[in-house]
Design a binder for this molecule. Structure first.
Ligand SMILES: CCCCCCCCCCCC(=O)SCCNC(=O)CCNC(=O)[C@H](O)C(C)(C)COP(=O)(O)OP(=O)(O)OC[C@H]1O[C@@H](n2cnc3c(N)ncnc32)[C@H](O)[C@@H]1OP(=O)(O)O
Length: 191
């Protein structure tokens, strides 16, 4: 397991990237400011490109003790309570995940659940599995910029099949989304 303690600066870099994604998404800057910001981002790419590594050596997504696991793709779950069978926590969807009219983009929700349910599916010594399906029911708009409650648990395991379910509730306590994922354990040698 890669250690977040040894890569604090990288963890902070990804946190800064998330903040940049939110800020860029919500900004309407004058052209000269947009150009300066682009040059700053290009400088980041120039700085990091020589340190590109293989997937096995990659840090993003693999610093698993960190909220969001040091990757900027999926929304971050802040875990309050967890076991190998369940997880409870909080989620704030930033401006980056805005769809329209204050509601989260529909695609951001399965992105979130694939990560959260997938990790639960693989937890507890169950080993690696892959998403066979992810069913998401949108019951009410999921607001961005507000603290949401998340719950997920392993519903049942049938041979290689792991069924994992999850919910999101808004600050009023209303259910906004429920989801079910089927994760199929990989056979030896299966990619
Ligand atoms: C970065 C940090 C890393 C670690 C962090 C990890 C957390 C993130 C997790 C993300 C995981 C992903 O997104 S993975 C990426 C997205 N998913 C994929 O790319 C998967 C692509 N699909 C596949 O590779 C394959 O189809 C599998 C592995 C899912 C299943 O193929 P298989 O192994 O040949 O198994 P197969 O015999 O077909 O099916 C086994 C059983 O499951 C059932 N089954 C299979 N698919 C379905 C289905 N869609 N709907 C219903 N049932 C299904 C079959 O009927 C059968 O039931 P029965 O007859 O036995 O009853």
């Amino acid at each position: 397991m890669k250690s977040a303690a040894e890569h604090r600066e990288f963890v902070d870099l990804v946190e800064a990237l998330r903040a940049a994604q939110d800020t860029i998404t919500g900004a309407s800057p004058p052209e000269d400011v947009a150009r300066k910001a682009r040059e700053g981002l290009e400088e980041v790419t120039r700085l990091l490109a020589p340190f590109t590594v293989s997937e096995a050596e990659q840090l993003a997504g693999y610093l698993i003790t960190e909220p969001g696991h040091a990757q900027a793709l999926a929304p971050v779950l802040h875990v309050d309570e967890s076991s190998t069978e369940h997880v409870r926590g909080r989620l704030v969807l930033g401006r980056y995940y805005l769809g329209g009219n204050g509601a989260a983009h529909g695609g951001s929700i399965p992105l979130f659940f694939d990560d959260v349910l997938g990790r639960l599916a693989n937890d507890g010594g169950r080993g690696t599995s892959r998403t066979a399906y992810l069913h998401v029911n949108y019951r009410k708009i999921t607001p961005v910029g507000q603290e949401l409650r998340v719950e997920a648990h392993v519903d049942r395991v049938e041979g290689r099949k792991r069924f994992v379910v999850g919910t999101i509730h808004d600050p009023e306590g209303d259910l906004t989304v429920d989801a079910e994922g089927l994760f199929v354990a990989l056979r030896p040698g299966q990619p």
